[in-house]
Ligand binder design. Sequence first.
Ligand code: SAM
Length: 448
Amino acid sequence: MHKMSFPIAFEQSLDGLPGVDAGALLRALRLATPVSIRYNETKRTTPASATRVPWCNTGVYLPDRPAFTLDPLWHGGAYYVQEASSMVVAQLAGILLSLGERCRVLDLCAAPGGKSTQLASLLPAGGLLVSNEVIRSRVAILLENLVKWGTPNVVVTAADPKQFAALPAFFDLLLVDAPCSGEGLFRKEPEAVHEWSEANVQRCADRQRRIVADAWDALRDGGIIVYSSCTFNRRENEETVQWIIKQLGAERLPLSLDPAWGVVESDAGYRFYPHRLQGEGFFISVLQKRSPHTPRPLKAIKIPRQAIAASDAAQIRQWLHGAFVPMLKGRLIYALPQAQQPAIAQLLAHLPVLQAGVPAGERKGTDTAPTAALALSVACRREAFPYVTLLLPEAIRYLRRENIHFPGAPDGYLLVTYDNLPLGFAKKIGRRTNNLFPMQWRIRMAGV
Ligand code: SAM
């Protein structure tokens, strides 16, 4: 139990919220946070024996918090550590399916990537996820998490929501997991308590409306907007949703949540409270855009191409399953999902794109090296490379970027695996082996 104290005005603000017993909620906010992870089923099946998160069939609770840094499966993207309430995104599966094989989804406030990795898994194979984060210092962790998750049909952008106005009626679904006052995370992130004030709640509410309004034209009429926050107050939740409905033009869509889960339905969405279920405070509402104003679609354009050697293009295609088009940018060769080429061309022309598809190869002198992103991609053709299997202590040394010797292995690029999960590449040259695990992701923890 934390000895946490909350601002009086916050405690008072809980009175009268739908489904709240303020005393029980405040007690729950002083308890330890439940630990939960969500499996990446393209890499690992969810263990049948685990305690499931009721609203997400790939989410499980753990009895305590292990040192994830020392688990190679975490580095290999077999699961994502995420608080349980947010995993309700799983309940959007039916809606995503209804949007069609080539649907386009925008996660506007995406870092560190919990909901983006989940959306990526729910997306049809021919669909496209644009995962955007405007705060530059948060983009690296978003990229890392998405690369490790390994879904190939993702584009990562670092745009201000306003910049999406350049893509009228482009998206079928827009997720705004808005920056908020964070009341629902008080026990997980105690600094949110110190930042809390009534004035800050109002500032957050104003910003949320601005963010949705700025990106609104990028959503097609009839498209879906999912609005969520991790706070309790009505101003940032129901009132923001009502504002979207009235000012921008939308109507609510229901989710079918089992009453036994303990989620509270309010007049404008669904509320997750830590005293009613195992998860943090969370709010989600699903709306359908109903707006008479239909912007003109964009003129088709082509992806600007930097000349790529035929041998490189052939190599990249040979390294991946599925239909990809190679694109050279600087020294990296990206494998772009073929079905989404027209959409990616527009994104490249109008937005700051940081990554598109799989950055699968890197030009190094006369050589093209496979990247860690290729090893981690679920589209990687594993049979294109000889592989080595490491046991736990060696896998940790690999992830620390130490040099490991593979005496029996052939020369050249080796796919490094642990428990049948690729972690990255190494290059063997005679008796020397170069560890190609990315420097910025290496385990730095001392004493292991
Ligand atoms: N969706 C993320 C996930 O599931 O891991 C969490 C997103 S967090 C609640 C909100 C995000 O909005 C933060 O990454 C923050 O940097 C970003 N943000 C802050 N100000 C913003 C703004 N003015 N416009 C858009 N996004 C903003």
